[in-house]
Ligand binder design. Structure first.
Ligand code: C2E
Ligand code: MG
Ligand code: MG
Length: 365
């Protein structure tokens, strides 16, 4: 480095270098910075020996140019970090400049967050219902799946905004809205002979479940609506339940005691250990759709499906398969002892009015 430059250790294996007195012209400054970065990269990349063994490091370098105080120090470090992350992603041992496109993506995320804050108060959230059927094709329930009716972008699927909602804590009011809306529907169905048997499955995300008031919130919604708690099934994922097993068991047990059901979503995709699984007060496991899709395609996945069904049966748990798209998948599942299905073969997620029509048809058919 030049004597005027600053080299600092930021923590762990991260270092920050400040280069001063580069050209006032943006492009020239970029070329200078890249030249120095390249020198550093090749120096660090050289093999070295420690106690007789050869070692080799591949540094990833992110560069962000700045001309004065137009952005804060925090922002500057964030940009350098974004650039460094991109260097890592492009296979390490590379240099990347902070890229305005990445920056634009970040800005879009911020804009989306601003919009998402309005989603609940401005009534932009929708619930879609996807039927769950038994061996005879009878609808015994549905999973409620969230959609966001964005004023400009149209219907936004959950995977595009739930991660953001989780990061920002907006999942708390959103999750509460989903729970409440589902329970209000169950209450209306309780006096309808065509629908009173239905159970609704509600997805619960980690941040929502970990909230200290989660159990109380569910109880409050159950009290307010007066529904049979057994009509409510909460879907938790493997990674959620395993993250803090004792907290998970305590909360699940408290809700199970009043009659709420639990299903383990996306089962098989995580790393559940059997000993934990048997400790959880579950009612159901839901076979992840990736395995269902591979029935007849990848033999090891078919074997995993058989193993999950066998395990669920041995533990006295109900089992359902999701993402069932073909008759062959359904038949394989039935032959192997899985009597409940959800998937496009039976019905896509649809708005409430359409779901209620499907219910009537299902009854007649
Ligand atoms: P999930 O709970 O595993 O939901 C199943 C997803 O698979 C849904 O996608 C559904 O539309 C889709 N699916 C169902 N059948 C089939 C099929 O036969 N083939 C294929 N290819 N896909 C099928 P969706 O609605 O986009 O939801 C994605 C994820 O978003 C959900 O995965 C869940 O993790 C999350 N999510 C949805 N609604 C909520 C919610 O209210 N709260 C929370 N926390 N998460 C939600
Ligand atoms: Mg689910
Ligand atoms: Mg799933």
């Amino acid at each position: 480095m030049r004597t005027d430059d600053t080299v600092a250790r930021q923590g762990g294996d991260e270092f920050v270098i400040i280069l001063i007195d580069l050209s006032p012209e943006f492009e020239k400054a970029a070329v200078q910075a890249e030249g120095i970065a390249e020198k550093i990269r090749s120096a660090i990349n050289r093999p070295f020996e420690l106690q007789g063994s050869k070692y080799h490091t591949s540094p990833s370098i992110g560069i962000c140019l700045f001309g004065g105080h137009e952005i804060t120090m925090d922002e500057l470090l964030k940009r350098a970090d974004t650039a460094m992350y991109q260097a890592k992603q492009s296979g390490r041992n590379t240099i990347r400049f902070f890229d305005p496109a990445t920056h634009a993506a970040m800005e879009m995320r911020i804009a989306l967050e601003t919009d998402l804050r309005r989603a609940v108060p401005e009534n932009q959230l929708r619930l879609y219902y996807q039927m769950q059927v038994d061996q005879t094709g009878h609808i015994h329930g549905a999973e409620v799946l969230l959609r966001w009716q964005h004023p400009k972008q149209g219907l936004v699927p959950p995977l595009q905004f739930i991660p953001l909602a989780e990061d920002t804590g907006l999942i708390l009011p959103i999750g509460y809205w989903v729970l409440e809306t589902a329970c209000v529907k169950l209450k209306a169905w309780a006096s309808d002979p065509n629908a009173r048997h239905l159970q609704l499955a509600v997805n619960v995300s980690a941040r929502q479940f970990r909230h200290p008031d989660f159990v109380e919130q569910v109880c409050a919604v159950l009290d307010a609506t007066g529904i049979d708690p057994a009509k409510l099934k909460l879907e938790l994922t493997e990674s959620l339940v395993l993250d803090n097993v004792s907290d998970t068991i305590a909360k699940m047990q408290a809700l199970k005691n009043i009659g709420v059901h639990f299903s383990l979503d996306d089962f098989g995709s995580g790393y559940s250990s059997l000993s934990y699984l048997s400790q959880l007060p579950l009612n159901q496991v839901k076979i992840d759709q990736s395995f269902v899709h591979n029935i007849g395609v990848k033999n090891t996945d078919a074997v995993i499906v058989q193993t999950i069904i066998g395990m669920a049966n041995n533990l006295g748990l109900n089992v359902i398969a999701e993402g069932v798209e073909t008759q062959a998948q359904r038949d394989f599942l039935e032959r192997n002892g899985c009597p409940n299905y959800q998937g496009f073969l039976f019905g896509k997620p649809v708005p409430l009015a359409e779901f209620e029509i499907l219910l009537l048809k299902n009854k007649r058919g």
